[in-house]
Write a protein that binds this ligand. Structure first.
Ligand SMILES: [Zn+2]
Ligand SMILES: [Zn+2]
Length: 310
């Protein structure tokens, strides 16, 4: 009976509620809070041995909180420019990047900022569903290994660049960090740091509180993050992977890259989970309908496969 009850409550479910240790009891007395946290820690340790569910379709996950079908079938970016991660016809660089190159040396994005990734990233950022981070991290690793297996060097156009030796997550202002409780870029950096054996350093500081970029147009986004970053730790001579969750107009990564390069970084490679093709990829009702369709497609494919296997 206990096993049945435990299976009904997944680790992801607990993480998605305010029952997680550390979140308990802003109102409970200290001894009650400690007792509840001890009990929940034990339960969580037990739940870690139970199968997890896919963060997209809730089927049994096989790796990094993703199921077999989602790992193979979820959309990825098509051929993109290695400098701005926007679609490119032929070659590795687009025309605008050849004529007017951005300050960073390369940009790698894993997925298009569309369904279901926009929903996943929003769950991670705004609802604290941290089980999404390993799934997105796995897709980022796949994108970074795709052009060529990981080596000490990466080749872009005629350039040979050193692979990054340090990951710097785009920082949040301390007030937003306090409100959210975590930095989503730092969470995404963890699986990449482990996979590539690169250390994470918080070399940047967002010293000015900025409005959410999603609410602004291109011009205002640039103004919003101008002078928002300062150097926090030395990066002289380091090859930096600047990690962000979503790249839209590149205003944030441009401002952060310039600070890193002016502080002596040898190169900056932008690693971003999702790349938005338009300035405002937000037609929420339309996206909601697409999200529902995507989920039902996955369920239909699974049902068809099960039927064939019978
Ligand atoms: Zn799935
Ligand atoms: Zn480009």
């Amino acid at each position: 009976m206990n096993r049945v009850i435990l299976r009904m409550v997944s680790l992801a479910d607990l993480q998605q509620t305010d029952m997680m240790p550390g979140k308990i009891g802003k109102t409970a007395p200290g001894c009650v809070r400690r007792a509840m946290e001890t009990g929940l820690n034990g339960a969580l340790a037990l739940l870690e041995h139970l199968p997890t569910r896919c963060v997209v379709c809730e089927a049994a996950a096989i790796r990094s909180n993703l199921c077999e079908l989602c790992l193979t079938d979820l959309p990825r970016l098509p051929a993109v420019c290695r400098r701005c991660a926007l679609p490119v016809g032929t070659g590795t660089l687009c025309g605008p990047c050849i004529i007017n190159p951005p300050p960073w040396q390369s940009m790698t994005c894993a997925v298009p900022y569309e369904t279901p990734y926009d929903t996943l990233i929003s769950r991670l950022k705004f609802r604290g569903h941290q089980t999404v981070a390993p799934a997105l991290g796995t897709l980022m690793i796949e994108a970074l290994e795709k052009p060529q297996p990981h080596s000490a060097f990466t080749h872009i156009g005629s350039q040979t660049l050193r692979f990054p030796d340090v990951i710097v997550p785009v920082p949040l202002h301390w007030y937003r960090l306090w409100q959210r409780g975590f930095n989503q870029a730092a969470l995404l950096a963890e699986p990449l740091s482990q996979h590539f054996d690169i250390e994470i350093i918080h070399a940047l500081k967002r010293h000015r509180y900025t409005r959410a970029q999603t609410l602004l147009d291109t011009h205002d986004r640039v103004a919003n993050v101008r002078s928002a970053f300062r150097i926090n730790l030395p990066v002289e001579g380091r090859h930096v992977a600047l990690l962000d969750d979503v790249t839209t107009t590149c205003a944030t990564v441009a401002a952060a890259s310039l600070v890193l390069l002016r502080s002596g970084a040898a190169s900056v490679h932008v690693w971003s989970c999702a790349r938005a093709r338009s300035k405002h990829p937000s037609h929420s009702q339309q996206k909601k309908r697409r999200s529902d369709t995507h989920l039902s497609n996955i369920k239909n494919r699974r049902l068809r496969r099960q039927f064939r296997e019978r």
